[in-house]
Write a protein that binds this ligand. Structure first.
Ligand SMILES: Cc1ncc(COP(=O)(O)O)c(C=O)c1O
Length: 137
């Protein structure tokens, strides 16, 4: 990635990602329903509404079909989580998000060292956020 910012936590990075995208009251952000609380809490810090999508039983990450079903005219972003070092199907997520003008924020807190089709975790969204959380693989 061209730029990196060092912060106290992944939670701060998710919070700043939402602020940088101008997300606030009246906006909706899709997030998987199986993740750590910090994937969802920053959505409420900026006054937006979290919309919980199902996970894919194969990788425990955001289901692209469920993401698509959660989209409304208010959806501004999706926080895709690389849970336990697994990664969701970013090609399909990017296609859906691109069609609706939705920004992808990648929560890679648990995925340092993971790859999706050769691309490193943390490089799949407009922002990618890490933690000192140990990768769980
Ligand atoms: C998926 C996920 N997102 C975000 C976080 C938050 O990371 P931090 O504790 O660095 O704020 C964690 C940490 O447990 C996590 O597992």
């Amino acid at each position: 990635m061209r730029h990196a910012v060092s912060l106290p936590s992944c939670t701060s990075a998710l919070h700043l990602s939402l602020l940088a995208l101008g997300i606030g009251p009246g906006d909706e952000v899709v997030v998987p329903d199986c993740t750590w609380i910090a994937s969802a809490a920053p959505i409420s810090y900026v006054g937006a509404t979290p919309v919980f999508a199902d996970i894919d039983p194969g990788n425990w990450c955001l289901s692209p079909q469920s993401f698509a079903a959660c989209i409304t005219p208010r959806t501004k972003a999706v926080i895709a989580v690389d849970l336990y070092g697994n990664m969701p199907d970013y090609a399909v997520l990017a296609e859906i998000a691109g069609r609706h003008g939705i920004a992808i924020i990648e929560d890679a807190a648990e995925a340092a060292g993971s790859r999706y089709c050769g691309r490193a975790a943390g490089t799949l969204g407009v922002t990618g956020t890490f933690s000192f959380m140990a990768p769980r693989r």
